[in-house]
Design a protein around this ligand. Structure first.
Ligand code: AMP
Ligand code: ZN
Ligand code: FE
Ligand code: FE
Length: 273
């Protein structure tokens, strides 16, 4: 199978509009495409419309940033984007991202960057403001040569996190929100978690009790050993798996292409409605 269940559009920090992503999925002949913007459902209506007219199998999604000891991303699939609770939670996430934007600006000024927050907000447009917008600004204004360097030197340092943290929901809250909107909840890119395997296993077990539906075993940056490990763990815990690239467009994530190969033999494990 060729599909992609993890992509970002201009509704958050991606390069392409939702309808453009759908068109790209059609061109690549993907079997299914999900758009999973950070903390917002604003891109879904446009994507669905494009998918209908082009005959693409579209899954409405979201990626919610949550916090325990470390940041954990929870994907929601098959969500009803009109759900009131989900919409108002997304509004709160947007506000909290704007508040954090002010703190990021302060932090960057203290680091010697001449910050024009209005320019950065205009990079985000209507989309939810995120670190990649700041990374682009730092690159455009010659503070760093690459986006990666922007994260390394400015946007992913311990000091950055200490000074700019915002209040995020817990994974349990995200799962409840997703289920409340009729969706399925999946832990994103578990291979990026800093906590050890033992802690991950007990976390996934306890989240399964809260209704967790799956883990993103097939992730663009996972090694084949990680894929196998998380697929086996999903089987053991009775969870489904998901498969996504985290496509943001080549300007945002130069090495990540749209589309992932998922082995047919595990088709039954894929997250479904
Ligand atoms: P935010 O949700 O605003 O905290 O931004 C998260 C986005 O920043 C995600 O799309 C990540 O891919 C990107 N990101 C976070 N840390 C790094 C890093 N160290 N290098 C490159 N991109 C990163
Ligand atoms: Zn992103
Ligand atoms: Fe993520
Ligand atoms: Fe993502």
């Amino acid at each position: 199978m060729f599909l992609d269940l993890h992509t970002h559009s201009t509704a958050s920090d991606g390069q392409y509009r939702p309808d453009e992503i759908i068109q790209m999925a059609v061109n690549l002949e993907l079997e299914a495409i999900a758009i999973t913007d950070h903390d917002t459902v604003d891109g879904i209506a446009e994507a669905r419309k494009a998918a209908r007219s082009l005959g693409m199998n579209f899954i409405p999604g979201i990626e919610i940033s949550t916090q325990l000891e470390e940041e954990i991303h929870v994907l929601g699939y098959f969500i009803d984007e009109k759900n009131e609770q989900l919409r108002s939670a997304c509004q709160e996430f947007m506000d909290s991202r704007l508040g954090r934007g002010n703190r990021i600006a302060e932090y960057l000024r203290y680091r010697g960057v001449a910050v024009d927050l209005e320019e950065i907000k205009s990079l985000a447009g209507e989309g939810s403001l995120g670190r990649p917008h700041f990374a682009r600004y730092l690159q455009d204004h010659g503070y760093v040569r690459t986006r990666q360097e922007a994260f390394l030197r400015y946007l992913d340092t311990p000091e950055f996190h200490r000074q700019t943290d915002r209040i995020k929901p817990t994974p349990q809250e995200a799962i409840r929100l997703i289920h409340g909107a009729g969706g399925k909840a999946v832990i994103a890119h578990p291979g990026l978690l800093k906590m050890g395997k033992h802690w991950q296993e007990s976390l996934f077990k306890s989240l399964r009790e809260e209704g967790l539906d799956g883990i993103e075993a097939y992730y663009g940056k996972h090694t084949s050993a990680q894929i196998k490990y998380y697929r086996n763990l999903a089987t053991e815990l009775g969870l489904k798996v998901s498969c996504g690239s985290d496509f943001h467009g080549e300007k945002v994530k130069p090495t990540v292409k749209l589309g992932m190969i998922f082995p047919d033999e595990y088709r039954g494990m894929l997250i479904k409605e």
